[in-house]
Design a protein around this ligand. Structure first.
Ligand code: FBP
Length: 270
């Protein structure tokens, strides 16, 4: 059996990824004059020492070349826009072969558990797992419960979704935090040997973001895969450094806030 190599995108069983697929998922409403330029985000990933950047194939093709030595790439294989009013489904748009040619160290795929179209996504993802594992490459599943009768924040639903990811062979699961630290520990348990990473969500005040990150890390997750909270921030690099302290060194949010202030000061002096 081929060993799955997570060492390119995880360090000491921890990781911090920068997510930048919102241009497809949400559209330019998430972007401003700075963050609309993918190069700005790739530079944050590089200078902020992210363990990987997550993008769709198109951005990887046009922007990744000058970063491939320094920033590991995760290619998101499926995606959807928020324009079409259809039942939650996200179809595969990029093949595993193409992701490998683009230089991917891992691939990502969203599964909307509980959706009417869940069977298609379970099948597509399983096929992807089979293909990438032949290369020893990790498969990351965004486990997002979704649909008219689904409570996306319910601990049991999230635990079930995490378990589905493990059962299908995902190596890392990306899950949204439901603000229930005790419940989330059970979700992480249900994920077994699949490591759990948390999505960032809508932008919030940096003090709230750091406080929440500290709470999240205490639930036993491996790290965070954040987007808007970093690259919509006016000072993404000081904030990245502060977040790294929490994720990799178990710092408290107060300690991280101090790092943020110091970094801000240093950047202004430069
Ligand atoms: P953020 O940290 O910006 O929330 O990004 C995380 C993410 O999973 C992105 O990869 C994706 O574009 C987005 O959230 C999808 O969220 P939703 O389906 O809720 O719009």
């Amino acid at each position: 059996m081929v060993r799955i190599n997570t060492s390119k995108i995880m360090h000491n069983d921890k990781a911090l990824f920068l997510a930048y697929d919102q241009g497809l998922e949400h559209g330019p409403k998430d972007l401003d004059m700075k963050s609309v330029d993918p190069k700005y985000i790739f530079d944050i990933a590089l200078e902020g020492m992210y363990d990987a950047i997550i993008v769709q194939a198109g951005l990887a093709e046009k922007y990744y070349r000058s970063y491939y030595k320094d920033v590991p790439l995760i290619v998101k294989l499926n995606g959807k826009t928020s324009m079409a009013s259809i039942a939650p489904i996200s179809r595969q748009l990029c093949s595993v072969d193409r992701a490998i040619k683009l230089g991917a160290s891992a691939v990502g795929y969203t599964i909307y558990t509980g959706s009417q179209s869940e069977p298609e996504m379970l099948q597509e993802f399983s096929k992807i797992v089979e293909q990438v594992h032949d290369y020893g490459m990790p498969a990351i599943a965004w486990m997002y419960p979704r649909g008219p009768n689904i409570n996306e924040h319910d601990t049991d639903i999230l635990a079930y979704s995490a378990r589905v990811g493990l059962e299908l062979g995902a190596d890392i699961l990306k899950i949204k935090y439901n603000n229930n630290p005790e419940g989330f520990k059970w979700i992480v348990k249900c994920a077994g040997r699949a490591r759990v990473m948390i999505a960032g969500g809508d932008k919030m005040l940096e003090t709230d973001f750091l406080r929440k990150s500290e709470e999240i890390m205490k639930t036993g997750v491996a790290g965070m895969a954040v987007g808007r909270n970093i690259w919509q921030h006016e000072h993404p690099l000081p904030l990245s450094k502060a977040l790294r302290k929490i994720v990799f060194e178990g710092a408290t949010s107060e300690q991280a806030e101090k790092v943020f202030e110091e970094e801000l000061h240093r950047h202004h002096k430069m």
